[in-house]
Ligand binder design. Structure first.
Ligand code: NAD
Length: 500
């Protein structure tokens, strides 16, 4: 991301260009950040500057923590049935502004409008789940743990939590955490990716309208300095992080050193195994969507197909044909099935990987380099790219490219396919295509990635189930949403009682 020195900011607007500088939302008010450096937010389809992100640090974070700390005792004392009322209102506002949020998401991220809509729907699913907290937060009790002595375990909120989130799902990922944390009685701070601050800016307009008490929910914009300030702040009890694996590890370690609860969801390199008995047409269509959806910028994308034995010829042919059908362009335009990648720098990085794949001897079956959208010459576009004859040790098969590049590896049998998956240090998600229940069960049993698709390309995050990977894709133990959210955002108070 490019950064610039202080623009002339007047009431949140850059006075010289009219480009919006996003504000923080602290203690129930929109406030200018205490920043001297600003990140540029560009529409990836056009290259146009659409906003600036203030790259604030410790002062902004401290302001938000003080507001959240002040709000905590009152919010904690608010009965759970009352705490969920602003969430019901938020749900209603989200439904009404659904298209606006989806549109902003596409403008700042580049994914197609349909993809943005799906992600906004998944954000709302988390509100739907969180409003059930009066039931989900209940504890347990046992009479007569000894004669005349009873024992109860009650869930209590912990304090101030923060979420630090990535660029690839600007509207959805913060909502994996926020509704659950506040429904449990905690107060909250969101630090969105500095590359895509606008979806949260519009969502916080809804949060403002929803009627949470001041300081219960706060928004701080920034990059590394803000993250470090969150990790070090003694007023923050826990952190939910989503992003790349090196940063996830860093956040987990530094946060834990400061005594915080941390759940850190990291990067991915996901494999899809295609067995010779699979329905090849379906496997190809679904795997193509899995790899190229959101221009490959998905932690659940399956960018490596392991074709087992005789599956290799038929699946390769179909994957290339399916990929060639993809229509690249501005995600706001109807009919476009793949948008641009996030930035010029990321485009160059992905192109570098394609060059590396060619140099390593993989066979380039479809080359997306040089794609130009005649309407948007300055957009960060890349066509779908497919490599055949990839070997597991090649860089393109090992590293997370996070772009529209598909690699096909041939494995001689099921065992070899399993060994390739198990050998990789990451383990976010994986899929298998087969018509045999035995192979599907065996695959689930033997591979580590925690999100598994059987004849499904993307084992998508369901609000009511836990979500998070394994191995180097996840640091922590309690995952995002599902029942784990209640575990992560509450403490269990055990009381043993005897009355004389
Ligand atoms: P990123 O790690 O660069 O950034 C994530 C967050 O960390 C941002 O808020 C950013 O400001 C902050 N950050 C970045 N560098 C930092 C540093 N050096 N020190 C402290 N904080 C820092 O990730 P990204 O590029 O925004 O997102 C893409 C990555 O996220 C991919 O690796 C993808 O697989 C992963 N991801 C994982 C999941 C999951 O569920 N496991 C979901 C979405 C994305």
């Amino acid at each position: 991301m490019t950064t610039s020195r202080t623009p002339a900011v007047v009431n949140g607007q850059d006075a010289t260009t009219g480009v919006r500088t996003v504000q923080n939302y602290i203690g129930g008010r929109w406030v200018a950040a205490d920043a001297t450096r600003f990140g540029e937010v560009r529409n990836p389809a056009t290259g146009a500057l659409v906003a600036r992100t203030p790259l604030g640090g410790a002062a902004d974070v401290d302001r938000a923590v003080q507001a959240a700390l002040q709000a905590f005792p009152g919010w904690r004392r608010t009965p759970p049935v009352n705490r969920v009322r602003p969430l019901f209102k938020l749900k209603d506002l989200f439904e009404r502004r659904f298209e606006d949020v989806a549109r902003v998401c596409t403008i700042e991220h580049g994914k197609t409008l349909e993809e943005s809509r799906s992600s906004v729907r998944r954000a709302i699913d988390n509100i739907d789940l969180a409003v059930g907290i009066p039931d989900r937060m209940m504890g347990t009790a046992l009479e007569d743990i000894a004669a005349g002595i009873d024992c109860t375990s009650m869930r209590q909120p912990v304090g101030v939590f923060a979420a630090i989130t990535p660029f690839n799902f600007p509207a959805m990922v913060p909502m994996w955490f926020l509704p659950h944390a506040v429904a449990c009685g905690n107060t909250f701070i969101v630090k969105p990716s500095e590359r895509v601050p606008l979806s949260q800016a519009i969502i916080f307009e809804l949060i403002h309208e929803a009627g949470f008490p001041e300081g219960v929910v706060n928004l701080v914009n920034g990059a590394k300095d803000a993250v470090d300030a969150i990790l070090d702040h003694p007023g923050i009890a826990g952190v939910s992080f989503v992003g790349s694996s090196p940063v996830a590890h860093y956040v987990y370690k530094r946060g834990a050193e400061k005594g915080k609860r941390v759940q850190a969801l990291g990067g991915a390199k996901n494999f899809v195994v295609v067995m010779p008995d699979a329905d090849m047409d379906r496997a190809a269509a679904v795997s193509t969507e899995s790899c190229f959806g959101c221009a490959g910028e998905r932690c659940l994308a399956n960018p490596v197909v392991i074709a087992v034995g005789d599956a290799c010829g038929p699946i390769t042919e179909r994957l290339v044909a399916e990929a060639a059908k993809i229509r690249v362009g501005d995600g706001l335009e109807p009919g476009v099935t793949m948008g641009p990648v996030i930035s010029k720098e990321h485009l160059q990085r992905i192109t570098g990987y394609i060059e590396k794949g060619v140099a390593e001897g993989a066979k380039l079956l479809l080359d997306g380099r040089g794609f130009k959208d005649p309407k948007h010459q300055d957009g960060y576009f890349l066509g779908p790219t497919v490599f055949g004859e990839v070997r597991p040790e090649m860089v393109i098969a090992r590293e997370e490219i996070f772009g529209p590049v598909l690699c096909i590896i041939r494995a001689k049998d099921f065992d070899e396919a399993v060994a390739i998956v198990r050998k990789h240090e990451l383990g976010n998600a994986t899929s298998i295509f087969t018509t045999s229940g035995k192979w599907a069960r065996e695959y689930r049993y033997r591979v580590e990635p925690s999100m598994l698709g059987v004849n499904i390309g993307v084992a998508a995050p369901m609000a009511f189930f836990p979500f998070g990977g394994a191995k180097g894709s996840f640091y922590g133990d309690l995952k995002a949403h599902g029942r784990d959210a209640v575990e992560f955002y509450t403490d269990k108070k055990v009381t043993i009682t005897r009355w004389f």
